[in-house]
Design a protein around this ligand. Structure first.
Ligand SMILES: *Cc1c(COP(=O)(O)O)cnc(C)c1O
Length: 406
């Protein structure tokens, strides 16, 4: 794409954008003067789809009118509610329906996955994470290591930014039990080569899982084909499920019926045909659903269903195509004006660019001008133009405001 730094070019990009109609499906926060703000924070909390209010009202009405019978007689019977999200969620991460379930929250799912997939032995006990991993992931991983009686000081290995993972695995792979990386690093915006890492890990006999908090609904994923062992992600960032919304979890089909995997069990993961017989012996539902514990919050899932229906209609391939253009345009407009720490190759990033600044001043000026983006200590402004609801004009206007603020 040959970009131009002009309003006319920007208008042409928006006019010819096949996904431009999707912006209307979202509530765009307003500035003090009542205009649409430039919302570049979908990496932190995605915007609310217009359809969410009705989706929630439907469930409130079913509860009001049916009481407990809503489990079976509601418009979307609550007993099966999570199933109404599976196909769309599978599409988002490139999985088969049997490999995906919507349940719990992200850190909870990471723990559940590690219970099954982090099985340290005397010789193979380490976990590999990326340096600068999200704090919750670091806490979760360290606590799992401690739980198994190992020492994080010797059992936690960090992949440094830019370090060659194959060389690291060559060196230490035989002692690594689990590789658990972010699909996209939350701070730098770097998108890892999930397929290559999975292959390299498997070659060394490691289990390979991913935290896809910043990748789901952002990068084009093919978890099944890439042979990833497990993954977990939240749904309130790019997936627009709303604050603290229920999360997603992937377990590769290879493990669908694997009774040898230990797991923490609960009744919602029990065989559906006999769940309500209330028997004492756990029999897992084949696939990711078998990792469910509790009956889930319908008021968490209703907004997520509304949002995933939009993803399913728009299709990840199309969203990714626009995303590359949109973020590519932002990178073009900032060239020479900002220090960008996110890799410049499109295949090594999602929609987010992380801009390093000398002080917090530019961020404050952006905020004052009606841009909603975020600041990460010590020196980083994260901006994420999202293909579903951001426009090329958002990017263009941002670049002008930034140039003045910097
Ligand atoms: C957002 C995020 C989390 C948050 O965890 P929750 O359990 O949803 O609160 C964890 N890890 C990563 C990598 C994230 O980006």
């Amino acid at each position: 794409m040959k970009y131009e730094n002009s309003a006319a070019f920007t208008e042409k990009m928006d006019a010819t954008d096949p996904l431009s109609g999707y912006r209307k499906k979202f509530h765009i926060p307003k500035t003090k003067s009542g205009e649409d703000s430039i919302y570049f924070c979908g990496n932190s909390l995605g915007l609310q789809p217009i359809t969410v209010a009705d989706a929630l009202k439907q469930e409130l009405d079913d509860w009001k009118n049916l009481g407990v019978e809503g489990h079976f007689k509601g418009k979307h019977p609550w007993r099966d509610y999570h199933e109404f999200l599976t196909q769309q969620m599978a599409h988002v991460v490139g999985a088969k329906p049997i490999e995906v379930v919507v349940m719990n929250n992200l850190t909870v799912n990471l723990h559940l996955m590690m219970v099954s997939f982090y099985r340290p032995t005397k010789t193979r006990y380490k976990i590999l994470i990326e340096s600068g991993a999200f704090p919750s992931d670091q806490y979760a991983v360290k606590s799992q290591i401690l739980f198994h009686g190992f020492d994080p000081a010797t059992s936690l290995v960090e992949l440094k930014t830019g370090e060659d993972i194959e060389a690291l695995l060559e060196r230490e792979g035989d002692s690594i039990a689990l590789i658990l990386l972010g699909g996209v690093n939350y701070y730098t915006g770097q998108l890892f080569n999930i397929e290559k890492i999975t292959q390299a890990g498997h070659k060394k006999g490691c289990i390979v899982g991913f935290d896809l908090a910043h990748a789901a609904g952002n990068a084009l994923l093919k978890l099944h084909d890439w042979d990833v062992d497990f993954a977990a992600w939240c749904s309130y960032k790019y997936l627009n499920g709303g604050p603290g919304c229920v999360a997603g979890c992937f377990v590769h089909e290879r493990f669908a019926d694997d009774a040898s995997l230990p797991r923490f069990a609960g009744w919602w993961g029990h065989d559906k045909a006999s769940r309500f017989k209330m028997g004492p012996d756990f029999k897992a539902i084949p696939g990711a659903e078998g990792w469910q514990l509790s009956n889930p919050s319908i008021f968490g899932m209703a907004p997520l269903k509304a949002s995933l229906d939009i993803f399913y209609e728009a299709k990840m391939e199309n969203l990714r195509k626009k995303s590359e253009l949109l973020t590519g345009y932002l990178a073009f407009l900032l060239e020479g004006k900002a220090e960008i720490m996110t890799p410049s190759a499109p295949e090594q990033r999602g929609c987010q660019l992380s801009i390093r600044t000398k002080s917090k001043k530019p961020y404050e000026a952006l905020t004052a001008a009606g841009v909603i983006c975020d600041w990460r200590e010590p020196d980083c402004i994260r901006v994420a133009p999202v293909p579903l609801y951001n426009t090329f004009m958002d990017v263009y206007r941002f670049s002008k405001i930034f140039a003045e603020a910097a």
